[in-house]
Design a protein around this ligand. Sequence first.
Ligand code: PMT
Length: 400
Amino acid sequence: MVLKGKKILLGISGSIAAYKIPILVRLLMKEGADVQVIMTPAARDFVTPLTLSTLSKRPVFTEPFNPVDGSWNSHVDMGNWADLMLIAPASATTLAKMANGIADNLLITTYLAAVCPVFFAPAMDLDMFQHPATQRNIQTLQSYGNHLIAPRDGELASGLCGAGRLEEPDAIVGVIRKFFEVPQSLAGKKVLITAGPTVEPIDPVRFISNHSSGKMGYALAAEAVKRGAEVVLISGPVALEVPKGLTLRKVTSAQDMLQACTEEFESSHVVVMAAAVADYRPDKAETSKIKKTGHKPVLQLTENPDIIKTLASMRLAGQFIVGFALETDDEVQNAMKKIDSKGLDAIVLNSLNDRGAGFGTDTNKVTMIHRSGSSLITKLESKEVIASRVFDFIQESFDL
Ligand code: PMT
């Protein structure tokens, strides 16, 4: 089931077509989706929150906070949580507010905060739908990358006939299902992915490491599995659920990671290194805990092997090697230099100057740079969506 476990934010606005939404919720739930309903105040005149919360098994939100206990229904948290936001029915007013960023209710603030793909299914009377204002708002939303689920022609609540009927719930579910269906475009290919930090011991108690959570690498691995690849994920220590359908090799230090990568490399078609490998390790890991002496301790460091550069030097025909770069200054120039110095086919640059990008976050914003110099910049999106953009880029660039 394609929708199993998919987190769907369902925004309902004020239109008589809202009476169809309990059926839509029921269908999404039957497919295994996790549905969070948000209603505009006007939507509550057409369908009850009780019906929707019973069917979705979650509280339904209209207000930014709970008036009884003051708890916050965070539009930012919901916008980051969802894999997809669907606004159905989208009334003329809601379309206008979405298009112009008029954030005067929870549905619109959540829409503006959402980092996931957004679908909207308008429903209104035919003249309202055909009005230039509505048509212009729809075009504006499409120019933002939002997906229109066009209304049907037919009998409307007013008794008139024409375009404006909300698409039927089963057809809406079909559109969403199709969106999540991923072609098995990497079937028969082996993809090697690294993720997380490396940990370099100082003594049995202390270590040198970095802030990588592994989220970006794990999202890449899950995406490669979805596309039908045989995936080996080589991961430094992280606290993440392991995606199903792949081989996980846990490592600790950069030297362990190099060893595991070297063993897997020859049979791999694509290598994507999202791990944050420590550039240095202590000269010597003490076997006993270092005691305080009252003097300033001196820690001698040795440079770690450059794993991706080592792999690139052993490259076989037809292998594609993609690095990640985390930069803070002269980002693009530094990333381009890494393509050359490490012998890469492409690099995915994320900058610590972009809020919500890089270490630890659930979102990222990247510039994907091909060795030819051509590049593609993404918006700030969930790491899952970025992972799919990275594989689209790799597959298009290298005709895979
Ligand atoms: O794990 P998250 O919290 O989700 O964060 C994701 C991330 C920010 C760690 C990830 O998106 C990222 O940018 N990973 C690479 C970070 C990094 O180490 O960049 P770098 O510029 O130092 O290294 C460039 C490339 O060389 C990387 O592909 C790296 O894996 C590789 N490298 C670096 C050093 C080394 N000794 N060996 C390597 O192979």
